[in-house]
Design a protein around this ligand. Structure first.
Ligand SMILES: [Mg+2]
Length: 213
């Protein structure tokens, strides 16, 4: 038996920490994609990282426009900032593993006054649109990467709570000790017999950790 160090947390970003997928919301709002294309990107067969690269390649948006959009339109799930401070105080490692991009994640985290360990696509505004790279993926796909972050913490002796909402979170959910799932992920977990609690607020997760520590 491995010795347990208590809890650690890994979270998806889009649609999990935020109420809506920021990438999709941006693409739709500025007319760079349509609902059908976005819906198709949620197939288990589509790699989110490939979709993101393709979808934003022709999206002519400046850093300022994206930051302004985040400030005005992007809402955090209830209890997010509280949960980050709760983890800091309790010495619970918390990290974000995301197929989203720094151009919208940075202004979001800044707005909420939190600094957390995170993995986001690295985006650069170029003439034709936005070029996104995922240096942390190396040869792994995003969904395996998320699961690998959960596994890494488990190997280090932690029990891991995972938060997610999308098909690309399924592997990580299947690896975690406790899952909070929203949207498509909750449905997939139920279909596949992976135990998951509905992700409503992060406050509940803090309560769960407190009770089970
Ligand atoms: Mg998501």
């Amino acid at each position: 038996m491995k010795q347990t160090k208590g809890w650690a947390a890994v979270s998806d970003f889009d649609g999990t920490i935020t109420l809506r997928d920021v990438g999709d919301h941006l693409l739709l709002h500025y007319g760079f994609s349509d609902k059908k294309t976005i819906e198709e990107s949620y197939s288990l067969k589509v790699r989110v990282e490939d979709f993101m690269k393709r979808a934003f390649a022709g999206a002519r948006l400046s850093e300022e426009v994206i930051a302004g959009f985040v400030r005005e339109k992007v809402k955090a799930r209830a209890g997010f900032s509280y949960f980050i401070f709760f983890c800091e105080r309790a010495g619970i490692p918390f990290e974000i593993a995301s197929g989203g991009m720094d151009l919208y994640a940075d202004p979001f985290l800044k707005k909420h006054g939190v600094k957390v360990k995170s993995f986001f696509g690295r985006a650069r505004v170029v003439r034709e649109g936005i070029r996104i790279t995922y240096p942390f993926l190396k040869r792994m796909d995003l969904s395996s990467f998320k699961a690998s972050r959960v596994r890494r913490l488990k190997t280090a002796g932690y029990k891991v709570v995972f938060f997610g909402d999308g098909p690309n979170d399924l592997k990580a959910a299947g690896t975690a000790d406790k899952v909070y799932a929203a949207g498509r992920l909750l449905k997939l977990c139920r279909e596949r017999g992976i135990k998951a609690s509905p992700l409503v607020s992060f406050t509940r997760a803090a309560g769960f950790i407190r009770k089970n520590s």
